[in-house]
Write a protein that binds this ligand. Structure first.
Ligand SMILES: Cc1cc2nc3c(=O)[nH]c(=O)nc-3n(C[C@H](O)[C@H](O)[C@H](O)COP(=O)(O)O)c2cc1C
Length: 328
């Protein structure tokens, strides 16, 4: 992982994937202090809040960390400027292709830009447009997901792009043996989210952590779309009352569409807004039944609360042992 670590400026090339409401100063600093690379989830933060969060993270760690910005944010340029003012070394752009000018603004400030590549064609396009590194994330991951598994993305994409830029593999990684496997396939490093939620330093509500510790892989399910007229962006989260009610909600709204009792745009907005504020409700308020408990399939391998440094050390030991066995 030396290539990935050199790129990030960390000891090991393990990114703590940005998780809204979870990846704030405490967890980010803990991951970076442990030798990994923490990433602040900016999510819907205002530029002022991001400014405070970066300053607070810097107070907790002298090690490098990154900031994850969502491309759809209406104040993306201002957020990039905040990162530049603080000399943030790495900006991760999530939520689609970088809007015009954003890549130039990030790189112009001397930072490196990491983007998500959903397909091989888009990966090549992003590399041509000058991104410094890519994350490929499979559908095993927690949160918003694409349709293809990590193992298939890795096989399809690493041989083609890993020579051009550092590529970090994400989604479903729970143990170091899997990290070793992706490194052997050409990855520069990995990104994990789910495994870090129950770090001692994570401020996630105790109910949120308990739900993770109790859950098995099959409890982390992707949201399902019931009607072609009502698009649903797939999100992987633990099954709960909110996910059951979401299915009922879609059927109910589709029924009203059939009866012409609601306009299409209004119906689609009703579905789109269903999950608004739901992650915060679960992570911050601890309402794990009516909030969104975003979690990846590796949740079954989260068995206790422990320091971020212990999680990282265990992953590295497992990876080293796996590579050692193969060398021997
Ligand atoms: C609770 C939760 C919240 C997340 N929020 C975000 C986010 O705000 N932005 C983002 O780019 N990815 C988000 N993710 C995805 C992670 O950054 C990471 O890529 C993913 O968790 C990796 O897969 P894994 O969960 O299988 O380890 C989130 C994941 C989880 C579990």
């Amino acid at each position: 992982m030396s290539r990935g670590a050199a790129f990030l400026g960390s000891e090991v090339a393990v990114l703590g994937g940005a998780m809204s409401w979870v990846s704030e100063r405490n967890l980010v600093a803990a991951i970076s202090n442990a030798g990994g690379f923490g990433v602040i989830a900016c999510g819907a933060m205002t530029p002022e809040l991001l400014d405070t969060e970066i300053a607070a993270t810097k107070a907790l760690t002298g090690k490098p960390f990154g900031v994850n910005l969502i491309t759809m944010h209406p104040q993306l340029s201002e957020l990039i400027a905040v990162c530049a003012r603080h000399g943030v070394g790495h900006v991760v752009l999530a939520g689609g292709l970088p809007p015009k000018g954003s890549l130039e603004a990030i790189k112009g400030a001397g930072a490196r830009c990491i983007c998500f590549a959903p397909t091989l064609a888009l990966a090549k396009k992003l590399i041509r447009s000058g991104v410094d590194a890519l994350v490929i994330e499979g559908m095993e991951a927690g949160g918003h997901i694409g349709p293809v598994s990590t193992s298939v993305l890795a096989q399809e994409m690493l041989p083609e792009i890993a020579g051009a830029v550092p590529v970090f593999v994400a989604g479903g990684i729970g143990r170091g043996e899997a990290i070793a496997g992706y490194l052997e396939m050409g990855a520069a490093g990995v990104q994990l989210g789910t495994r870090f939620v129950c770090a001692t330093e994570s401020i996630a509500h105790p109910n949120f952590k308990r739900a993770f510790i109790r859950a098995s892989a099959r409890d982390a399910v992707a949201s399902v779309q019931y009607d072609a007229r009502l698009p649903v962006i797939p999100v992987r989260a633990l099954k709960n009352a909110a996910s059951d009610l979401f299915s009922a909600k879609q059927r109910e709204v589709a029924g009203r569409l059939d009866e012409n009792a609601v306009a299409m745009a209004e119906a689609q907005l009703e579905i789109e807004h269903y999950w608004a504020g739901a992650l915060r409700r679960a992570v911050v308020d601890g309402d794990v039944e009516h909030g969104s408990v975003m979690a990846g399939q590796s949740v079954g391998m989260v068995t206790r609360e422990e320091p971020a440094a212990a999680i990282l050390a265990e992953l590295m030991d497992e990876a080293a042992a796996a590579l050692g066995r193969r060398a021997g």
